[in-house]
Design a protein around this ligand. Structure first.
Ligand code: PGA
Length: 247
């Protein structure tokens, strides 16, 4: 099974109009790549990012979305609004949302459902904390997180991208070894296989301190189909090098 690799930049709460323009200009000049590339900007910049990427082979996405369709949810952005601008991907259940905004497994699943209802692709993040890894609970935690999404989406689970992001590796410079990452990816693939006959076509990304110098090794593993990149997605040369590693 050859799955086309996917590298997604998660800018988190970084950037400015000027910095984004510089980053996108650098990326456009550095492509095209063999794999698929996408960037997820903060919500206020999405329209401008979309305009800048018109006609380019770089997709764009959002970092979060409301689980609700519309109405009295002050501060929220709906899936319909993102779709109206041509949004391709929406990250849901990032560990920072789970930790700082108390997002439950079920809320994450509901968000993924809202994204699919508007024909966009959710990037569903799962991952264990350091304490959970040390307590030997990695498999249990990631399976529980993915299971909520499988139960909610049923056969539509085949339309999501899953990102395994061990919390202890995010922004810490401590990458999971390719072996550690592949081990969890294989578990997730097996869980998906029990839920859909299309599991072999699904993309499973690794995230957590991916850099230009460790990307190729990670992406060469059997069940690692690319990466979700935080810090290293903010500089065009660094991100472009990671995108090349997915070639
Ligand atoms: P990092 O973040 O690459 O800065 O570790 C990854 C992520 O949180 O998606």
């Amino acid at each position: 099974m050859t799955r086309r690799k996917l590298v997604v930049g998660n800018w988190k709460m970084n950037g400015s109009r000027a910095a984004n323009a510089e980053l996108l200009a650098g990326l456009k000049a550095a492509g095209p790549w063999v794999g698929e590339v996408a960037v997820c900007s903060p919500a206020p910049y999405l329209g401008e990012v979309a305009l800048s990427l018109q006609g380019e082979a770089i997709h764009w996405g959002a970092q979060d979305v409301s689980a609700f369709e519309s109405g009295a949810y002050t501060g929220e952005v709906s899936a319909a609004m993102l779709a109206e601008f041509g949004c391709h991907y929406v990250i849901v259940g990032h560990s920072e949302r789970r930790a700082y905004h108390a997002e439950s497994d079920q809320l994450v699943a509901d968000k993924a459902k809202a994204v699919l209802a508007h024909r966009m692709t959710p990037i569903v993040c799962v991952g264990e904390t350091l304490a959970e890894r040390e307590a030997g609970q990695t498999a249990e935690v990631v399976k529980r997180q993915l299971s909520a999404v499988i139960h909610t989406l049923k056969s539509c689970i085949s339309q999501v991208v899953v990102a395994y992001e061990p919390v202890w590796a995010i922004g810490t410079g401590k990458t999971a070894s390719p072996e550690q990452a592949q081990e969890v990816h294989a578990l997730l693939r097996a869980q998906l296989q029990a839920a859909t006959e299309h599991a072999g076509d699904m993309k499973l990304l690794y995230g957590g301190s991916v850099k230009a110098d460790n990307a190729a090794d990670l992406f060469s593993r059997a069940d690692i189909d690319g990466g979700l990149i935080g810090g290293a997605s903010l500089k065009a040369v660094d991100f472009a090098a990671i995108c090349r590693a997915a070639g």
